[in-house]
Write a protein that binds this ligand. Structure first.
Ligand code: AMP
Length: 396
């Protein structure tokens, strides 16, 4: 990767390295209940420590309004220490004399976690004075928190402007995947977008139709498109007031030579309920008193054919109400097909955002995709074509 400065270019030995990580882990009664985010940043911490750098971790936790003991990172320091299998010091402020003193006492290879950056209003305001206070504690800055990179905060963007800045390994993997997925993809490039609503994904759809060769639309949002094209959708979830928006997206796709693939059949039921009695109808024959809860088998065949045509696949959002059986079948079948093509070396598959990770886990294939991003907001903003401040600041 040449577009971003990475740890490969950083001389960390003997240096104080401020490392922004995502430690916004789920907790219950002071215990970390899912350590995925900790595990993701271990390689970066380990590498800097092994190379003789002094690792000073910066992170936010929750959305505190000022200092709040309930949102302290102290218990997280213990969890990081356990996973890293070495001591992790903790200071109850991320700036000031106590932090400075502990930083001075660090030896090469030591690891320190500073308290929640959001205890200071200057963090979210990206206040230059707060940035300077943080910058005093380090010689270099490494950002390993892609999930926070859509925010221009002091610890995600400001620091990169005042210290030599590099992408950590988790950030680098994410940027690599995103570059392969949309910036410089192998074509044909196909996107699958599903989920509940068009309204939350208008920017995303408008960006994708100008970038991809084919766009598969599934899930509840497909109903809005089907309705916009003049077909009946019964009691299906839809945003009928967005018919004009849907048509604009279809027109834009036509202009950009992007094929739009809509469902040709739907699995329908009278109620949104697991195990509900259901039947598959052609998309031009949806009964007035039923709702579409999943794409039908003919649609799955078309989606699988689109995946076969693709060299690269970008996926966001389930194709149906995947949380309730049997309406998970379309999503599961398409996900397994994409995973199989990826395993065969025929497809680069990048997925992420919202419920997508849960849907791929449900299908049992999250590990078989080329890359699955767990960064909700940042991943979606990237799909919308927005530039992410924390990423821009790392460009070489
Ligand atoms: P999103 O957060 O926008 O990705 O939407 C995910 C949600 O969309 C999931 O909770 C699905 O159950 C829901 N969903 C997908 N397809 C349908 C559908 N046909 N009818 C109702 N809900 C759906």
């Amino acid at each position: 990767m040449t577009a971003f400065r990475t740890l490969d270019q950083a001389e960390v030995k003997g240096k104080r390295v401020l490392v922004r990580v995502d430690l916004n882990v789920p907790m219950e009664n002071g215990r970390v209940t899912d350590a995925t985010r900790i595990e993701r940043v271990l390689p970066t911490i380990q590498e800097i420590a092994d190379k003789g750098g002094k690792v000073i971790l910066l992170a936010h936790f929750g959305r505190p309004k000022g200092r709040d003991p309930k949102e302290s990172l102290k218990p997280v320091a213990e969890a990081v220490s356990k996973h890293l299998d070495k001591p992790v010091a903790f200071v109850d402020d991320c700036i000031g004399e106590a932090a400075a003193q502990t930083v001075r006492s660090l030896k090469d290879g030591d690891v320190l976690l500073l308290e929640n950056t959001r205890f200071h209003a200057g963090e979210e305001k990206n206040d230059p004075a707060f940035v300077q206070e943080l910058a005093k504690l380090g010689d270099l800055y490494v950002n390993d928190a892609f999930s926070a990179a859509h925010r221009a905060h002091a610890s995600t963007e400001g620091l990169a402007r005042v210290l030599p800045a590099y992408a950590g390994r988790a950030m680098q993997a994410e940027l690599d995947a995103l570059t392969k997925g949309l910036e410089a993809p192998k074509r044909p490039l196909v996107a699958i977008v599903g989920g509940a609503k068009v309204s939350t994904k208008i920017d995303l759809l408008e960006n994708l139709v100008t970038r991809v060769d084919a766009l598969v639309i599934g899930g509840g949002m497909a109903n809005t498109f089907v309705h916009a094209t003049g077909l009946g959708i019964g009691k299906s979830l839809a945003e009928k007031d967005l018919a004009a928006t849907a048509m604009r997206i279809i027109d834009k796709a036509r202009e950009a030579n992007c094929a739009i693939i809509l469902p040709v059949d739907g699995v329908c039921a009278y109620e949104f309920k697991a195990g509900a009695h259901n039947h598959t109808y052609g998309i031009d024959a949806i009964p007035e008193d039923q709702m579409i809860l999943d794409v039908g088998s003919q649609s799955v065949e078309r989606i699988s054919a689109a995946i076969n045509d693709a060299a690269t696949l970008v996926w966001n959002g389930p194709l149906g109400a995947f949380e309730i059986t049997p309406f998970d079948q379309g999503t599961v079948a398409a996900a397994r097909h994409a995973a199989q093509r990826t395993k065969e070396g025929k497809l680069v598959s990048v997925a992420g955002g919202g419920d997508t990770v849960a849907a791929l886990n449900h299908a049992g294939v999250a590990d078989d995709f080329t890359y699955v991003s767990t960064a909700g907001g940042a991943f979606l903003e990237w799909l919308e074509g927005k530039s992410l401040p924390g990423v821009e600041a790392l460009r070489a």
